[in-house]
Design a binder for this molecule. Structure first.
Ligand SMILES: [Zn+2]
Length: 51
């Protein structure tokens, strides 16, 4: 089982954020959110958006 026991991972599997201090964790979650946003943007650009 790879599920996260520290409760900090944004996904099901643990990404090791439990070892980070508060600042590092905050930074990581921000970077993660930005990365996710970019991926979503790309996906939206790829698909034709119907209004
Ligand atoms: Zn974890």
């Amino acid at each position: 089982m790879n599920s996260c026991s520290c409760g900090r991972s944004p996904i099901d599997t643990c990404v090791g954020w439990g070892n980070l201090n508060e600042d590092e964790y905050l930074l990581s979650s921000i970077l993660w959110a930005k990365k996710k946003l970019r991926e979503t943007d790309k996906a939206l650009v790829h698909k034709p958006v119907k209004k």
